[in-house]
Write a protein that binds this ligand. Structure first.
Ligand SMILES: Nc1ncnc2c1ncn2[C@@H]1O[C@H](COP(=O)(O)OP(=O)(O)OP(=O)(O)O)[C@@H](O)[C@H]1O
Ligand SMILES: O=C(O)[C@H](O)COP(=O)(O)O
Length: 398
């Protein structure tokens, strides 16, 4: 890959301690990994290094721990899931820095794979603290970043390490960058974006620039509720970040200036409980009962979204349109996914989707393989779309 050093540029990796940043931030329900895509995507790099006799030390985060170690955000169960997908043992160290990590690394044999505990259990990780970077660096001889989906974060494990160790792009990082450039480098117009999901605060700012790049922006999921509330619609108990109303309004103004249509739900499926099979009804968006939450967009909105997909030559999608994990609130996401997949198969649409949960939703709809490209990245994918330099990618450039 032009401009980057890859695994092809490392000579003689046998016996070396190779720190590999992977993204194992996978969807989990009742202690079980519900979508293995992110794990499957890091297999090529891990297997290649292990086959060449490297000591493969995996660094990863899980969730967003607020205050140091949190037992429910341990990577321990993910080590077992990774071993199963990889088809070889994956040892686990209960710390990612300091004595426990050092001992675990010292005990490795050539070809072994070791997963270290959640890097975000250290506050320094998200601050890109050089002292923590040094602690990580002490565990390895070489650094490989295979986590494109975390490359929008300038953290010790995604950016800092590349400054202190010989650094390379992993196979998945390489494949993601190549595929995105091929699919979206010069997108054919009209381009529409569908943005939904729950990570409203971390993604809303990205929409400010996205509306300058696309012809239409369809907003669903929790993101839509925030825009609806900003517009003065009562969204009852729905997932909504009311303090982002000003940002949402600015985005709508920016979109109008740029000539980008904003498509918000006109109806919603509401329920009083967030659980599968909860009693629900479809209501007009200005009739959401005060004690209910919108868990999916309604039938009229689905029809509109599918019509926009029909008009598009390129579709960019991040974030499900509803709480797709719990039926029947998966309807809109499944309908739009199947519609986009059929248009893609007919050669009428270039469809690129990204995001941990978005990939899970496309798998749930059974159409992930029919999209032009499915990226494991959510926030990173949107930032890449905006044309923003990603710290974890920039630092790898030759
Ligand atoms: N109306 C809604 N109310 C509550 N939750 C919702 C709603 N719509 C979507 N969600 C939730 O949004 C979550 C996915 O959002 P997220 O922004 O994390 O997606 P992603 O970009 O694919 O993932 P990531 O950013 O982790 O890669 C799902 O768990 C889904 O249940
Ligand atoms: O799920 C993701 O998009 C990545 O793993 C990054 O996670 P973050 O948004 O918590 O940094």
């Amino acid at each position: 890959m032009a401009g980057f050093k890859t695994l092809d540029d490392i000579s003689d990796v046998g016996g070396k301690r190779v720190l590999v940043r992977v993204d194992l931030n996978v969807p989990v329900a009742n202690g079980k990994v519900t979508d293995l895509t992110r794990i499957e995507r890091v297999v090529p790099t891990i297997s290649e290094l292990s086959d060449k006799g490297a000591k493969v030390i995996l660094l990863a985060h899980f969730g967003r721990p607020k205050d140091g170690p949190a037992p429910d955000l341990s990577l321990r169960p993910i080590a077992a899931a990774t071993a199963e997908v990889l088809g070889r043992p994956v040892a686990f160290a209960a710390d990612c820095a300091g004595e426990k990590a050092e001992l675990a690394v010292a005990g490795m044999r050539n070809g072994d794979v070791l997963l270290l505990e959640n890097t975000r259990f250290y506050k320094g990780e998200e601050k890109n603290d050089p002292a923590l970077t040094e602690q990580f660096a002490a565990l390895g001889d070489v650094y490989i970043n295979d986590a494109f989906s975390a490359a929008h974060r300038a953290h010790c494990s995604t950016e800092g390490l590349a400054r202190v160790l010989p650094a390379y792009a992993g196979r998945t990082m390489q494949a993601e960058l190549e595929a995105l450039e091929k699919g979206l480098g010069a997108p054919v117009k009209p381009v529409i974006a569908i943005v939904g999901g729950a990570k409203v605060s971390s993604k809303i700012d990205l929409l400010m620039n996205l509306v300058k790049k696309v012809d239409a922006l369809v907003i669903g999921g929790g993101m839509a509720n925030t825009f609806l509330a900003a517009r003065g619609t009562d969204v009852g108990k729905s997932l909504c970040e009311h303090d982002l109303a000003t940002t949402a309004k600015q985005i709508m103004i920016e979109a109008a200036t740029a000539g980008c249509a904003i498509i918000l739900p006109v109806d919603g499926v509401v329920a009083r409980e967030f659980k599968a099979g909860a009693a629900n009804e479809t209501v007009a968006i200005d009739k959401v009962p005060g004690d209910a939450m919108i868990l999916d967009v309604g039938a009229k909105t689905i029809e509109t979204i599918n019509q926009w997909i029909d008009r598009a030559a390129t579709l960019v999608w991040n974030g499900p349109l509803g709480a797709f994990e719990i039926e029947p609130f998966d309807k809109a996401t499944v309908s739009a996914a199947k519609h986009a997949a059929a248009r893609t198969k007919a050669g009428k649409l270039v469809s690129v989707a990204g995001g941990g949960d978005t990939v899970a939703a496309l798998n749930h709809a059974g159409v992930a393989d029919d999209f032009t490209y499915v990226s494991t990245a959510g926030g990173a994918f949107l930032e890449w779309m905006e044309g923003k330099p990603l710290p974890g990618v920039e630092v790898l450039k030759k």
